[in-house]
Design a protein around this ligand. Structure first.
Ligand SMILES: [Cu+2]
Length: 315
């Protein structure tokens, strides 16, 4: 909290200095940047850095655009946190996105143990939820939210659970997986730097599932995490229930854009029979170097095909 208070004070100081500069600069040259800075406090200073912010994947920063994710001490079995706003105080007003004001996603650093939960907001701005973090290891917790008056944000923080850690290798790339008797098949492959269509088809006992239930405003919710740094990627469903063209299965289509070549883990949440399940895939975007851990070491490949080539060779 002390740090936040200091940072907030620093921000106020900056604003004051900027204001003075603005006063001087206006005489000489009315800089448009200063104009936007002078706008209402509700407008986040995102525009000036919009280009960079657009390119940086979500979830890599604990603080962005003046908003900071702060874990809060909680009883055993509970996970609690706040979002400190630009004024240093906990944010208490949020917009609803994908049916919820706050999406909390956790994954272990080895990309195992994914959970997606929805905390409850207390009037003082504290979010609480039964802890989704299970088992020893280094976890990354992502808070995906839109503060009222601000831009959508995904902030991330590390959470350590002490104990003996058994690192799990990333499962090999595959285009089919099973969960609780459901088979989920992936068509399409992400391409670095551009939007790709990913279609996930769900069947059970060999029969296509055609009565998926809406979950978070869609027939599926897809999260992608990059191997190596757990960059969190926004993946948008193509179509919404009730739009007249989107069917409740068996196929659910998403538009995904990955920032680099490399391995990603996809997590599809879907709801059927009143229960939400998560199907997981490893996918490789672009020409991943052998044993890839990080981003591209050269220009992003652009010549690969849009679809097909499922399960690029790995290892
Ligand atoms: Cu959610």
């Amino acid at each position: 909290m002390r740090t936040v208070t200091k940072l907030a004070g620093f921000a106020v100081g900056l604003t004051a200095v900027f204001g003075a500069t603005y006063g001087i600069g206006r005489v000489v040259d009315p800089a448009p940047v200063a104009e936007s800075r002078h706008d209402t406090a509700a407008a986040p200073p995102a525009d000036e850095h919009g280009g960079a912010a657009d390119q940086l994947p979500g979830g890599l920063l604990v603080s962005e655009n003046g908003y900071t994710l702060e874990p809060v001490d909680a009883p055993a079995g509970e996970f609690a946190f706040r979002i400190a706003g630009p004024d240093g105080r906990p944010v208490t007003r949020y917009e609803v996105a994908h049916d919820k004001q706050m999406h909390l996603i956790v994954a272990r650093r080895d990309l195992s143990g994914f959970r997606h939960v929805h905390p409850e907001l207390a009037p003082d701005g504290t979010w609480r939820v039964d802890t989704p973090v299970a088992g020893p290891g280094q976890w990354r917790a992502f808070a995906d939210f839109t503060p009222t008056g601000g831009e959508p944000l995904t902030l991330g923080v590390d959470v350590t659970v002490p104990g003996e850690l058994t690192e799990r290798p990333l499962p090999a790339p595959a285009t089919s997986t099973t969960v609780d008797g459901y088979t989920v098949t992936l068509t399409g492959a992400p391409q670095p730097g551009r939007t790709s269509s990913l279609t996930l088809s769900i069947s059970r006992d060999g029969q296509p599932v055609t009565d998926l239930e809406p979950y978070l405003g869609a027939y599926g919710h897809l999260v992608a995490l990059r191997r190596g740094d757990l960059a969190y990627l926004h993946v948008h469903p193509d179509g919404t229930p009730g739009d007249g063209r989107t069917q409740p299965g068996p196929a659910v289509t998403f538009l995904a854009e990955v920032p680099s070549a490399g391995s990603y883990r996809l997590y599809l949440d879907f709801k059927h029979g009143g229960q939400v399940r998560t199907a997981e895939f490893t996918v490789v975007a672009g020409a991943a170097p052998a044993g890839d851990v990080s981003g591209p070491s050269g220009p992003a490949p652009t010549g690969t095909t849009d679809h097909g080539t499922p399960g690029h060779g790995h290892n």
